[in-house]
Each structure stands twice: as C-alpha cells, then as structure tokens.
Design a protein around this ligand. Structure first.
Ligand code: CA
Length: 723
C-alpha cells in the first residue's frame, strides 16, 4: 500500500525539542586550555574586520572571518599545525551546549579570540574561542508560531561580521546588527519587501564593503525570491534584486525582468509568487566586484501549477546569478534547470577558484547543486565551461555545452501524468551542506548523496496563498509496508566525494550508510574534515581520502567545520545538531541514523583529552493505545489530510525523525488535547495553528489515522521496549 502524501497544507510541529539544559562550556571532564579566558564581555577587541581584511584573508591563516572563510567560499584553511601526521592526537578541547536541540547548520566565525555562531531559532552566541566560555548571547526571540514559515527546520547558517558589528538574519525575517563587544542591538530591519508573502531567513548574510546582503526563503509556500543589500551603518535598504518577475500588468523592477517575463506562461504564477528564493549563501569576487548566488525552485515545484503551457524556462529560477555588488545591477545568469519541475534549487554553496583549464588560467565558479551535475563557469562572463554528473542521475542524460541546457529524459523525469521514481529526488544529490575546495590538491570535497524520490501528480490541484501553507504541487508517496519501506530506506546512501573540477572526474570517495552528512572543510595540513549523519566527526587525508581520525559528536552533524589559531595553537570546531528537512519529513528513512538532536559547539585541539557526555537515549515505550474508532473512509481521509498538513514536520506516514514529537507516541492525555493543539494551543512552543484551515471533523480524522499508525508501530516492535 502506498500512502498518498499530498501537498497543500503546512506541517505541524508539536513542541520544540526544547531549550536544553545549560551545559557548562567545559563539561564532563573536557580539558581546558591553560590560557586565561580572553576577556570579560564588553572588554574584548570588537571584530576589527572589514571587507578589505576579508578579501586579504590569505595573509591571515589564524582567523575565520566569513562563513566560507574567504569570499570565494572555499572553506580552505592554510593552517597546518594539525596535519595528516599528527591528527590522531586530536582531542576534545571544549564544548558549548546551545539552547535548542534542533538542526545546527552554522559555520562559526573567529576573530580577536572570539567565536560567533548561531543555533536554532537564530540564537547568537559569542564565545571565548580558547575555552568556549560564553561572553554574551543574543536571542532575537523568534515567535515560535512562525516555525512553519520555512520548509526545512528553524535553522540558521551563521552570521557576518564587519567593523565591530555582528549581523544576524533572524528566522522571522529580521536583519539585526549587534555590537560585537557585548551583543547590544544597534539596528534591526525587516529584510522582507512588505508584500505579505511567506518569508523566512535561514542563510548567513554576507558583509561586503559598507553593505550587508541577505536573501529570502519560502518557495515551498507562496514566495517571490529576492536579494536585499542594506547599509551596514544604519540598516537602510541600498538595493533589492528580484529573481522572478512581478505582476505582469505593471512595469518590472529591473530591466532584465521585462525580458524574463517572456519565459513565464499562463496566469497563475504571478499570484502565487513565482519562487526562486535565495535561501542559502553568497560568494563575492572583490576584484570583479561581482556578487554570486544561486536561486531556488519555482512556486510550486510542479510546473503545470505555475501555468500552462509548460515549456517555459521561468527565469531566473534554479539559476546562478552574478550582480554588480555596489548597485545590485544584473551582470549575468546561467540557468541550471530551465522550468525546474523537481525542486532542484541552484542554491548549494558557490566556490570561486582560479584554475588552469585547457592550458589557460581561468577565473571560475564551481557548483554542485541538487541536480547531480558539477558545473564549471567563467565567473566574469558566465560562460559555461563544463558540466558533468558527479553521481547517479536519471532526470537528464547530459548538459549540452553548445546550448548550455540539460538534455532532460522526460520518459523518466516527467511525473506530471503518472508517478515516476526520479533520481535525484528533492533532497538532492548535494543539498546546502557546504562543499570545500583546496588550492593545494585542486580538489573539491562534496557531501554527496543518492536519494531517489517517487514523485506523483497531485490528485487535486489546489493552491492556498495564505502565509505558511505548503504548495509544492505534487504527492510524495512512501511505502506503508514495512519491508518495502526498509528497502527504500536502504537505497539512501551518502558519500564524501573528492572531485577534480578541471578534468570533471572522481579522485576518491568515502561511502556512508546514510544521507544528510555534514559540510566539509579542507586544510593545508592535507586534511578534510566532515561530520556524519550517524553522529561522528571524521578527518581524511585530502589527497588520498584515507580515514585518519574520528571522534563522537553525539548527534548527526550537518554543518561545515572551521579552524583557527590562537597563541600558536590550532583548533578545529564543528557544530553538531541533527535536523533540517530530511529528519523532519523523512523519519521513516532517517531513523536509520539512530541519532538524537543534541546541538552543541564542539572544539578540538592536539593533545586534549575531553569527552562528551553520554549520548541521549530517549527510548520511549508506545503508550497505552486508544481504539481506532473510525471507518476505512475516515481513516483514508485522515491519511490524506496528515500528508497534506502534518507530514512535513511529523514525517511521512506519521513516522517521526526524532527532531520533534513522533505523534505515534502521544499519550492519552495528549490525545485529549489534540484538537486544541492543532488549533494553536501550543503555538508558543512551535506548533503552528491550523485554525481555519482544518475543520473539527478533519482534525479528528487525522487523530484517528495517528492512532492507527501507533497500532501499526506497536505491532512491528519485537517486544515492549526497555524502560
Ligand atoms: Ca526548494
């Protein structure tokens, strides 16, 4: 039996996994540095960084001033005190427990002995980089009721720093400037354009010259994507660049949008927003003064629902874009997925490098998006130089270098008439988890995954333009049968891939049993660091891929690592914290990873001997079950409604992924409160209100379906779990 998971409503998130208990910065016997703490809050030097210093980062190996370390987002460190000869002596120096045990996706920054990083709900931490001692903390108090305004967890990918200020993009759409000394707020603006469309921020801003630039999220809802540049001094908007056209009956905001209008057909898209959100990261070439970013899918994923006829390219969705940084004027674009029908977002991090190609030095842009092709472009002109598959993909056979377009195999890829198993699926062959590039080895280190998805046409076309309502325009069926589900889950594999971008070929790979492994960082010590979905932090030799060291992380690791040096000592830091869209929606698969969402900053150095506290084992017995009191028709309705409204957070087939409550474990007391919770009684804990979207009989049908799934779970368990 196939569970029909339709898509129109939003999700549910019952209570947030909670503000975890405060953990001391050096818990559980973790060793501390002999150095004294940097300074008290308010007295340390204040992020004495500007764009020129970031642009000259190669001269300063010790610091990490922007999320990708350099403006080219290479995530390469010239530090080599920790190297392939001594990495086996790497030990835990300190840890810092963040407040919320949800996905941790930030790459910390370090300057002047202070580490700046973020956790879930955009909470910002300034820590003594030697000891992990908290210097200050800033909680933007994101309204938990807004938790449903992003597809993919209440995450944050880090901050930007410039001229004594830290810039935070809060989940609810505010851009906030804080004093780096003490975390005092200097200014706060909304980065949204006031259109009232769904808007959320999860990406890190970038600081360039006197500006701070941020994108937008929400293309699984009803968003129109754009990028905004604000004056770092006072938060005034300097320019805004829209990714897709607006109301076609009115003049467009930018000249290139007048041309882009011809690539949109039908009438629905303008009202729906069009999509193309810039939800991840930026890169910048200071010499060319060009700003680079990738754009997301259209609204909805389903091109039929954007408007027929369906052969339209829909510029500038799923594209790489370069803008003139000072003015936000269009420089060039390259559309990776014309008319994207598969949620193939072009939003993976963009690496800038100087390579010799065909005997000539070229300034290139390297990109490995969800669609499984590795692209090399001239970053000044936008010319496509090469594109090859970096892993298995069925949706297209190749990219035609003459036209620059993918040769789509519609027999395999067009799911709009009948369900198709498409590779890769919407989780992507490489999602946002940052890849890195080493100028020493010339290789790119990509967190790759094989994750097919069965995409299925919508039973009923329904678009709901309200804030926070899902509109992906298709069904994601998943096998209900335990054996079939296990087989599907087993097909999901991860891989760390070392890729030669000049010759477009694999150099080495390390295989993982799960997808959703962490971003990578590479160093001049011939080391690649990567955290894993199954809760480890691992170092490999960068040239050959030999595994040299690993340490437990107690939780799945998504984020990219970073490294810095203080007082002659090199440190390596990564944020651990399982979360993101995969465990939210895909618990039925991701439970394989068997890790819990404990979120913390973890820092290593040579010779340290600390250890993490024992990982959480929250084995919960299935509580006393209620009787299913609904007929088959009502259960089928409940199943459909669950898929439409609840599965994005509580999981396909109601199988939770350990991030937020698995509804199959609801106690009788919670069942009593069920209707109230769905209607908003726990909005302050992160469970959005469905009042007005679901009628009481709908909610009861969902509840009956949940009880049925609890019964199924209990029947599958070998025996009563140990208490
Ligand atoms: Ca997307």
């Amino acid at each position: 039996m196939i569970s029909r998971i339709a898509a129109a409503g939003l999700l549910v998130l019952a209570s947030v996994a909670g503000c975890g208990k405060k953990e001391s910065s050096t818990p559980d016997g973790a060793s501390t540095s002999a150095e004294p703490a940097v300074a008290e809050a308010g007295k340390q030097p204040a992020a004495t960084v500007d764009g020129a210093r970031i642009a000259a980062i190669d001269n300063e190996p010790a610091v990490w001033l922007s999320t990708g370390r350099n403006y080219g987002d290479q995530r390469f460190s010239p530090l080599d005190k920790i190297n392939d000869q001594n990495v086996s002596k790497l030990g835990l120096a300190w840890t810092y427990k963040v407040d919320v045990d949800r996905g941790a996706e930030a790459t910390p920054l370090v300057v002047d002995g202070v580490m700046y990083t973020t956790g879930a709900y955009s909470i910002l931490y300034a820590l003594d980089a030697r000891t992990g001692k908290e210097l200050w903390k800033y909680d933007p108090e994101v309204p938990r009721a807004k938790s449903g305004n992003a597809c993919c967890d209440v995450v944050n990918r880090g901050v930007a720093i410039s001229k004594g200020r830290v810039f935070l993009a809060a989940f609810d759409g505010r851009l906030i400037a804080l004093d780096a000394k003490d975390g005092k707020k200097i200014w706060e603006v909304s980065a949204a354009d006031g259109s009232g469309r769904t808007f959320a921020l999860t990406g890190a801003p970038i600081a360039i010259k006197d500006m701070v630039v941020i994108g937008s999220g929400g293309a699984e809802f009803n968003a129109r994507g754009y990028v905004s540049a604000f004056d770092a001094a006072d938060g005034k908007l300097k320019w805004r660049w829209y990714v897709v056209p607006g109301d076609p009956t009115k003049p467009q905001e930018q000249p290139e949008l007048e041309k882009a209008l011809a690539t949109w057909k039908g009438k629905k898209w303008a009202e729906q927003g069009g999509g193309g959100t810039v939800w991840n990261s930026f890169s910048y070439d200071p010499e060319a003064n060009l700003l680079y970013f990738g754009t997301g899918n259209g609204v909805s994923w389903n091109r039929i629902e954007r408007g027929e006829p369906t052969d339209a390219d829909n510029l500038f969705i799923s594209s790489l874009v370069a803008l003139k940084a000072d003015t936000g004027e269009y420089a060039w674009h390259y559309q990776e997925v014309p008319g994207d029908n598969w949620d193939y977002d072009a939003t993976a991090n963009i690496v800038l490098a100087d390579l010799e190609i065909g005997g000539k030095p070229r300034k290139v842009l390297l990109h490995a998006p969800k669609n499984a092709f590795f692209y090399v472009l001239d970053r000044i002109t936008g010319e496509l130089l090469s594109a090859e598959k970096y892993t298995h993909a069925t949706w297209a056979t190749k990219v035609d270098l003459k036209t620059g377009r993918p040769v789509v195999d519609q027999k395999v890829a067009d799911w709009t008439k009948e369900p198709k198993l498409v590779i890769p699926g919407p989780f992507g062959a490489h999602n946002w988890h940052p890849m890195s590039f080493s100028p020493k080895t010339g290789l790119v280190y990509i967190p790759v995954q094989d994750a097919a998805s069965l995409l299925s046409p919508h039973k009923e076309v329904a678009f709901d333009n309200r804030e926070g309502v899902w509109n992906i325009g298709l069904d994601l069926p998943y096998p209900e049968d335990a054996k079939a589900a296990a087989e599907a889950a087993a097909s999901y594999k991860g891989r760390l891939l070392a890729w030669d971008p000049v010759n477009q070929k694999k150099v080495w790979a390390q295989e993982y049993p799960n997808i959703w492994n962490g971003g990578t960082m590479v160093t001049a010590g011939n080391l690649v660091f990567q955290g894993t979905a199954d809760g480890r932090f691992v170092a490999y030799s960068a040239d050959k891929g030999e595994k040299l060291w690993e340490a437990p992380a107690n939780s799945g690791v998504l984020a990219g690592a970073m490294t810095y040096e203080l007082d002659g000592e090199q440190y390596v830091t990564v944020m651990a914290g399982w979360g993101g869209v995969f465990p939210l929606i895909g618990g039925v698969i991701s439970n394989n990873a068997k890790v819990r969402p404990e979120a913390r900053v973890i820092t290593f150095k040579l010779g340290a001997t600390g250890s993490l506290p024992p990982p959480k084992h929250d084995v919960v017995p299935v509580p006393e079950l209620q009787e299913v009191k609904a007929d088959a028709k009502t259960l089928a309705k409940g199943e459909q409604l669950f898929g439409n409204n609840c599965s994005y957070c509580h999981g396909l087939n109601a199988v939770g992924g350990g991030i937020i409550p698995d509804l199959r474990y609801l106690t009788p007391e919670k069942h009593e409160m069920f209707a109230g919770i769905v209607a908003g009684a726990k909005a302050d804990r992160g469970m959005p209100s469905f009042a007005g979207r679901l009628m009481p009989e709908d909610i009861e049908a969902i509840r009956q379906y949940v009880i049925k799934q609890s019964q199924t779970l209990k029947s599958q368990l070998p025996a009563a779990p140990a208490s």
